[in-house]
Design a protein around this ligand. Structure first.
Ligand SMILES: Nc1nc2c(c(=O)[nH]1)N[C@H]1C(S)=C(S)[C@@H](COP(=O)(O)O)O[C@H]1N2
Ligand SMILES: [Mo]
Length: 420
């Protein structure tokens, strides 16, 4: 990973300065609308509650999502479906596509690969636009890698339930993450074939899903610029997930995989990629996916890049355990910064901690499964905690600093259980 958050911050100051002077482009949205959105981002609105969806009773799914979303596997939240962590207990390292969370700004589009083309265009190319058909893309050298995708707002609801703070956005618990094995073409390969110029600074992939209208403002199609350094590094244009063609809800026929970065970078249903010699802005790197609030500048932090550090038990909320028996408790930990080094577990509400047993070789951009034994003696309510440390030395804190949109929650989550 070449672009440390610090260089992204410096680069972003340049991007914003150029934008103020009118040298940076915010195509697809009016400048004044974008400024208004940035101003509004520093105020938190209430969380979107879980959908009390009448559809889920008769037909387990969401109108905008193709795959079934049975309640034992998913919790529906607006247009999105959160994976129930308890449903991962019998899965391996990889999350099967039928259990992978779905985050849709609008609805899953139906894209015919035979008629699909990827258009690469913009001022950062030597020549004019270059089109790649699905077959042409599949004929290029392929690479395979295991990577998690995690929404920047994963864990957001704990700002409210654990820290008593107001944040806006989807009220995820910890299930807005999944890990899969992706196969595709390196974005760098495609950009080189399209004739990327050394003056290129930003790469803007855009989805083929519907335009997003938020509070009456049309934000345009989902798109978020990547600095050229990241785009040329480890990003994939993926067409396979766990050995199968990409499913519709996860971006068929082709999506971006941006390892270790916030979920929004992984643009689904990509239709075109602008390569620009000028810095680019979109709502998804200005008013969204930055940290806003008292501790941050008015225009927010630099755009979010790497994910943070988290742990989750593969248990339902309030899960029951029989007293006087030995139980195997399981969970997973992950970090966008470095491989997980160790995980500690507490079964007494955080007084004593002991190491969990790691079941996987920790790797960058993936998660590790872990286990611990627990023999509860006394009946009644209890709290389980898991705290990960990564190889950069980062440890999950007790509290996450507040930001209005509830991004990057990394504090230790208190998982309520019942001993019976
Ligand atoms: N085109 C498009 N790409 C998108 C989105 C979207 O709504 N449209 N959602 C983004 C967000 S916020 C996340 S967290 C991930 C979720 O990927 P998944 O639905 O495959 O789990 O996709 C990202 N890519
Ligand atoms: Mo997301």
């Amino acid at each position: 990973m070449t672009s440390a958050p610090r260089s992204e911050a410096a680069y972003d100051r340049l991007r914003l300065r150029q934008w103020t002077r009118g040298d940076a482009a915010s195509a697809g949205i009016d400048r004044r609308d974008l400024l208004k959105l940035v101003a509004a981002a520093s105020v938190a609105a209430p969380l979107v509650p879980a959908a009390a969806s009448p559809a889920s009773a008769s037909q387990p799914g969401l109108p905008g999502v193709v795959k079934p979303l049975p309640p034992e596997l998913f919790t529906l939240r607006g247009t999105n479906a959160e994976t129930n962590f308890a449903a991962l207990r019998d899965t391996g390292l990889l999350t099967p596509a039928d259990r992978f969370f779905v985050r849709n700004h609008t609805t899953t589009p139906s894209v015919d690969p035979a008629r699909w083309t990827l258009t690469v265009w913009g001022s950062g190319l030597h020549g004019g636009p270059v089109d790649f058909s699905y077959d042409a893309l599949r004929a290029l050298p392929s690479v395979t890698r295991t990577a998690f995708i995690e929404c920047a707002g994963n864990g957001r609801s704990y700002f409210t339930s654990q820290q008593d703070q107001q944040v806006s956005g989807t009220a995820w618990t910890l299930g807005a993450i999944g890990t899969a094995r992706w196969r595709g073409v390196r974005l760098a390969e495609v950009l080189r074939r399209a004739g990327i110029d050394r003056h290129a600074v930003d790469v803007l992939p855009r989805g083929l899903d519907a335009e997003v209208v938020s509070d009456g403002t049309n934000l345009g199609r989902v798109r978020r610029p990547l600095p050229v350094s990241k785009a040329m590094d480890d990003v994939l244009l993926a067409y396979e997930m766990n050995g199968e063609p990409l499913p519709p809800d996860h971006g068929a026929p082709v999506r971006l995989i941006v390892p270790s970065w916030v979920g929004i970078a992984n643009i689904k249903w990509v239709g075109d990629i602008e390569v620009s010699a000028q810095p680019l802005l979109s709502p998804w790197n200005t008013s969204l996916y930055r940290l806003f609030g008292p501790g941050y500048p008015a225009e927010g932090s630099a755009p979010l890049t790497g994910q943070t550090l988290k742990s989750a038990f593969e248990l339902a909320p309030g899960a029951s355990f029989a007293a006087g028996r030995r139980h195997l408790i399981t969970g997973r930990s992950w970090s966008g910064g470095a491989p997980v080094r160790s995980v500690d577990v507490s079964t007494d509400g955080g007084v004593r901690w002991r190491p969990a047993r790691l079941r996987d070789e920790p790797r960058t951009g993936s998660w590790v499964r872990w286990t611990a034994d627990w023999s509860p003696r006394r009946t009644g309510p209890g709290v389980l905690l898991a705290r990960a440390t990564d190889r950069s030395g980062r440890v999950q804190p007790a509290v996450t600093a507040h930001n209005t949109q509830g991004y990057l929650f990394d504090a230790v989550v208190r998982h309520a259980v019942n001993v019976v």
